[in-house]
Design a protein around this ligand. Structure first.
Ligand SMILES: [Zn+2]
Length: 251
């Protein structure tokens, strides 16, 4: 029976049970199975894999590895995780990642999110709009239509933000306070007179700079919670990125 060994490196091991980490997997296969099929059958979404090497050469996804091969699979590099033509990644999140969606929008990343969405619809939307799927569902990532995707390891939303920033290496690309955390719309400066009717009396009295979401109309200003939000951002972003930020915050 043809067999090969396949070693998953670095964070690709997160998909393997603990007992199978730190060593090559020994795989026996029947019939002609492509590399892509073998990787998926081992439990690793191919979309997370960058390079697979046979010796010094890259082994192609759509070919059948030779009998006795020793293959090494490495994770995608950060810049391989979203389309080359885009200067910043755009995301589409599954329905369990609402807090992460709000935080990514707070950081200015274009983030599609609905709390009720079918896997097939999310995958199709991400493909059509060239968005990176972020999900806690490994099966969603294994759908053929998903070109760019990442399985979010952490269960804690603030840690999830740090994880995504690190894995995509995009902390320096953040543009805090440019996007509406509620709906993903862009924020624009709004004259006080324009938003006057939406303000409480004390806000009218003490605040003078306002921003409004182009999409949903929500008004933002640097209210009493602003320092807390800045402290949160400071846990995620380099100081120079944070100090360049301008704009609005949640009140
Ligand atoms: Zn909005």
């Amino acid at each position: 029976m043809p067999h090969l060994t396949l070693r998953f490196h670095a964070e690709l091991e997160d998909f393997l049970p603990a007992s199978r980490r730190g060593k090559p997997l020994s795989i026996v296969f029947r019939g002609p199975q492509t590399l892509k099929h073998l990787v998926a059958a081992a439990g690793v979404p191919p979309v997370e894999v960058g390079l697979v090497r046979l010796g010094d050469a890259r082994f192609p996804w759509d070919q059948v590895p030779p009998d006795g091969a020793h293959l090494d699979a490495f994770p995608k590099k950060p810049r391989e995780r979203w389309p080359q033509a885009q200067p910043r990644p755009r995301f589409a999140l599954d329905g369990h990642l609402g807090r992460l969606a709000s935080y990514l929008r707070l950081l200015g990343f274009d983030t599609w999110y609905r709390n009720q969405v079918e896997d097939a619809d999310l995958a199709a939307l991400a493909a059509a709009e060239e968005r990176v799927v972020l999900t806690r569902d490994q099966d969603l990532l294994k759908r053929r239509i998903v070109q760019y995707g990442y399985w979010v390891r952490s269960l804690e939303p603030q840690e999830q933000v740090a994880e995504v920033l690190a894995r995509f290496d995009i902390a320096a690309l953040a543009q805090p306070f440019t996007r509406c955390p509620r709906c993903n719309g862009l924020l624009r400066p709004a004259p006080k007179a324009e938003v006057w009717a939406q303000l409480e009396p004390l806000t009218r009295r003490y605040y003078h700079t306002f921003y409004r979401c182009e999409a949903c109309g929500q008004v933002y200003w640097r209210g009493s919670h602003f320092d807390k939000i800045l402290a949160l951002l400071a846990t995620w972003l380099p100081e120079e990125v944070l100090s360049h930020q301008t704009g609005a915050s949640n009140a």
